[in-house]
Design a protein around this ligand. Structure first.
Ligand code: G3H
Ligand code: 13P
Ligand code: ZN
Length: 384
């Protein structure tokens, strides 16, 4: 069933395991993600970023799309998650990743998202508080969970670029939770988005520890989120490069550090890049092992686009010729079926080990499956 993200994170917090959250960019990926979470009996947090909503809304340029495009895409993603998740044997939450505006949040709630992030981290502190508070007031009456962000991650964060990280101040995090009433908070503590996190990155675990400790002292029942947490498995990078890719300096976060912080109070761990890499590796392999597919009328263009952009590993940039399948999950011929299989397997291969290592594997029965209406009542009673 679909649940607010809060109920999934409450179990992760109570039993001290990490709950990964995965970014989705096609109907088939959503289907595969729910299948693998169900098989491993883990609660599922699937997320769509602003750009994913735009892409799934078939925007001409998904990085610079209109709110109408995003609204359309949010509904398509919401419908797909309901279609595969409603009768799944595990609780599933659908979360907006790095929401930038109240309009975007509204579009997602209307589309069936059960959780939203409002990322005001690039704003001055007081403006971030104000924006996040506004979103909490909008979302909680629907029972929808809210994640905020404090501190700036290094690297590319949607359209925000910051050359150096500004780490989260644990005392300010407490103030932020109190003033906004948000459920979850993304902190900056050494991770960054994308495949170039730096070799041997060391997470500043003491920021997570201090923040969680202060929250407990203050009676704040909120959750901490680790963004930019892909592990960038080196075999994916080597295999992609051995097949013509040109990924340079691609390193992720050592999974043992993520397991460590999950035990210390990081509740949600965001992963996108690992899935993109696995899907890209699978597709290159498909075309190299089956050269006749390179000239296929329905999927040959995918290979050409991949070849023309050997640095790219974002499937959204090379799946244009099968966009209808991306948006609907419909499979018109056998060649497209092979591509969809690569995408689905890429999702499963990259997700499964993380569910096991972060510890959400076999824990779905610990999650209290609360409806949005029940959660809305709880917020009302608690006055938030
Ligand atoms: O945090 C960013 C995610 O990796 C989403 O990426 O905005 O390109 O969809 P995107
Ligand atoms: P990665 O780029 O490390 O996968 O991070 C994803 C993320 O933080 C999504 O919000
Ligand atoms: Zn992020």
């Amino acid at each position: 069933m679909l649940v607010p993200m809060r109920s999934i994170l409450e179990a992760a917090d109570e039993y001290r395991y990490g709950q990964a959250a995965f970014n989705m960019n096609s109907v088939s990926q959503i289907e595969a993600a729910i299948e693998i979470h169900s098989l491993l009996r883990s609660g599922a947090i699937l997320q769509g970023a602003e750009a994913s909503n735009a892409y799934m809304g078939d925007a001409p340029d998904f990085m610079h799309a209109s709110i109408e495009d995003k609204r359309r895409g949010a509904k398509i993603i919401g419908d797909a998650v309901r279609r595969f998740g409603e009768d799944a044997p595990i609780p599933v939450a659908l979360h907006l990743d790095h929401g930038k505006s109240v309009e975007s949040v509204k579009a997602c709630i209307d589309g069936g998202y059960t959780s939203v992030m409002i990322d005001g981290s690039s704003l001055p502190y007081e403006e971030n508080v104000e924006l996040t508070r506004e979103v909490v007031k909008l979302a909680h009456p629907y029972g929808v969970t809210v994640e905020g962000e404090l501190g700036v991650l290094a690297g590319v964060e949607d359209h925000v670029f910051s050359a150096t990280s500004t780490y989260t101040n644990p005392m300010q995090a407490i103030d932020f939770f109190k003033k906004t009433g948000c459920d979850a908070l993304a902190i900056s503590y050494g991770t960054c988005h994308g495949a170039n996190k730096g070799k041997d990155t060391k997470i500043r675990r003491e920021i997570a520890i201090a923040t969680k400790e202060c929250m407990m002292h203050e009676g704040i029942r909120g959750f901490l989120v680790s963004h930019g947490s892909s592990t960038v498995p080196q075999e994916y990078v080597q295999q992609i490069n051995a097949m013509g890719g040109t990924l340079e300096n691609a390193f992720g976060i050592d999974v043992n550090q993520l397991v460590d912080v999950a035990r210390l109070g990081i509740n949600k761990i965001n992963v996108d890049t690992d899935i993109r890499l696995a899907c890209t590796r699978n597709l290159l392999e498909l075309f190299l092992n089956n050269p006749e597919l390179q000239k296929s009328a329905s999927i040959g263009a995918i290979y050409e686009t991949m070849r023309a952009n050997p640095k790219n590993f974002d499937p959204r940039n090379y799946l244009n010729s099968i966009k209808d399948t991306v948006l609907t999950g419909n499979i018109p011929d056998d060649d497209v079926a092979r591509v969809v299989e690569c995408l689905k397997n890429g999702v499963k291969e990259s997700i499964a080990p993380l569910l096991v290592q972060f510890g959400s594997y076999r824990k779905s029965n610990l999650i209290r499956p609360v409806t949005l209406e029940e959660m809305a009542d709880r917020y009302k009673k608690e006055g938030i």
